[in-house]
Design a protein around this ligand. Structure first.
Ligand code: C2E
Ligand code: CA
Ligand code: CA
Length: 425
């Protein structure tokens, strides 16, 4: 169902006008500004506190919008957690102020846990003179605001329009690649060293994708698109099989080199991924003790019970589980509490901070994480080691494994193999 399918005049939950009503508004004459609001992490609110509580939040926000709006403004509710405030003759500046008041208010509503909203802002006729154009420009601005996370509000601009255009080009090319048997996708491997011996004991598989249309697309960029579209599930199967294929080869040739690969939370929402992983490892005769799954984007992990069950199955068979980017999201500790982990990867941002002048914070953080892991029998990896100086500090703290450009960037499979051979000769 699209956000406009409901042709009723009023939304039954909030009693606000529906998006369908807004569609009738004539934007081709006059001027004004429009705000599209979305509740941050609404899915999480719904999932953790329940659907009824989610409804309470929506009603509270609707009331708040009506309380702060001007006499001539109109408030609409679209599908889900999105609302519109239309201000005929109003300015963007005015709606910015309005947005601030709303966000302040949302932290302090009786009976409702503090939440926040993001917004995309447009004005007409500047950013469009019809409903569809204005709507899509607002959507892209809201998306941008949510990504930036800083001000939580973004005005539509040429930059936002370009970003969206690039993302759609990329997405189209990605879909084509997937359809053409993963053409252009490749796995690179980055060595991980034992901190004591400084020998390569493991490698992390990292996804690469080349397209002639947009040659400078980064993994962060295209993986986010794959996650948003759900196509990461399909690509994730391919990554897993490729990683296992190399693991099988290298285990035979060079002994116990571990191979890890990244898995996003949404790849684990049903049991299929785990089933396939177990079956593939059997088929290729890979020793599971030398295969590690790195859970990225753990911040989105809402169903920790499911994770614990699925990872438990893997761990029983000997597979290793790592939590990636530890410390970047507030959920990290919660996840550690609920799900048993074998390895914890300390995020690059703390590692790099170690040599920043006068910075004792990152040192303290890493030391306590390592200390905690020791007590929990969890091994640690420090990511993003780029200098000898950082390496030495990291080793003195007692981190178990080292990873970073100091040793090698991620490289194609044959180059990684050359590194192992060289080390073993
Ligand atoms: P990550 O899992 O945290 O991977 C480490 C990233 O840090 C890699 O970026 C790697 O190239 C980079 N890196 C390693 N050492 C250094 C260093 O010393 N300095 C600096 N500046 N960077 C270093 P990359 O390959 O661009 O990957 C980005 C992210 O994309 C990964 O972050 C991971 O979250 C995601 N990703 C990569 N491959 C996959 C995949 O197959 N599946 C999923 N779901 N996500 C993946
Ligand atoms: Ca990783
Ligand atoms: Ca990482």
């Amino acid at each position: 169902m699209t956000r406009l399918d409901n042709q009723n005049k009023y939304d039954p939950l909030t009693h606000l006008l529906t998006g369908y009503e807004m569609q009738k508004y004539d934007f081709s004459t006059g001027r004004g500004a429009i705000l599209l609001l979305g509740i941050n992490a609404f899915r999480k609110i719904n999932n953790t506190s329940g659907f009824l509580y989610g409804n309470k939040v929506l009603v509270a926000l609707a009331e708040c919008l009506q309380r702060f709006m001007d006499k001539n403004d109109r408030v609409y509710r679209l599908q889900g957690d999105e609302f519109i405030v239309l201000s005929p003759n109003g300015s963007k500046g005015k709606l910015r102020e309005f947005f601030k008041s709303v966000n302040d208010y949302c932290t302090n509503i009786r009976g409702i846990k503090s939440f926040s909203v993001s917004a995309g802002l447009v004005s007409y006729p500047e950013d469009g003179t019809d409903f569809n154009t204005l709507m899509s420009n607002m959507e892209h601005s809201l998306e941008y605001a949510k990504e930036q996370k800083q001000e939580w509000i973004a005005e539509f601009s040429e930059k936002i329009s370009q970003r969206h255009y690039r993302a759609s080009l990329l997405h189209e090319a990605l879909t084509k690649s997937i359809y053409n048997n993963f053409e252009g996708f490749e796995l690179y491997f980055q060595p991980i060293l034992d901190a004591r011996t400084r020998k390569i004991v493991e490698c992390e598989s990292l996804l690469r994708w080349k397209t002639p249309e947009i040659p400078d697309a980064t993994p962060y960029e295209f993986i986010k698109l794959l996650e948003d579209s759900g196509e990461i599930r399909e690509v994730g199967f391919w990554v897993m099989e490729e990683a296992l294929r190399h693991a099988a080869m290298w285990q035979k040739e060079y002994g116990n080199i571990s191979v890890s690969f990244n898995v996003s939370y949404i790849q684990l929402l049903d049991g299929e991924f785990i089933d396939k992983l177990i079956a593939k490892a059997r088929e290729l005769q890979v020793d599971p003790r030398f295969v590690m799954v790195e859970l990225t984007e753990s911040c989105n992990a809402e169903d920790t019970e499911m994770l614990s069950r699925q990872f438990g199955r893997l761990q029983e068979l000997g597979f290793k589980i790592a939590m990636d980017d530890f410390g970047t999201e507030y959920a990290s500790f919660g996840l550690l509490h609920d799900v048993s982990m074998d390895v914890l990867k300390i995020d690059q941002k703390f590692v790099r901070g170690l040599i920043r002048e006068g910075n004792m914070t990152d040192m303290a953080i890493i030391e306590s994480v390592v200390d905690m892991c020791r007590r929990l029998s969890i091994q640690t990896v420090a990511e993003g080691i780029e200098t000898e100086e950082i390496q030495d500090i990291i080793r003195s703290i007692g981190v178990s494994f080292l990873q970073g450009y100091l040793y090698s960037k991620p490289v194609p499979a044959d180059e990684f193999e050359r590194m192992i051979r060289q080390e073993q000769s």
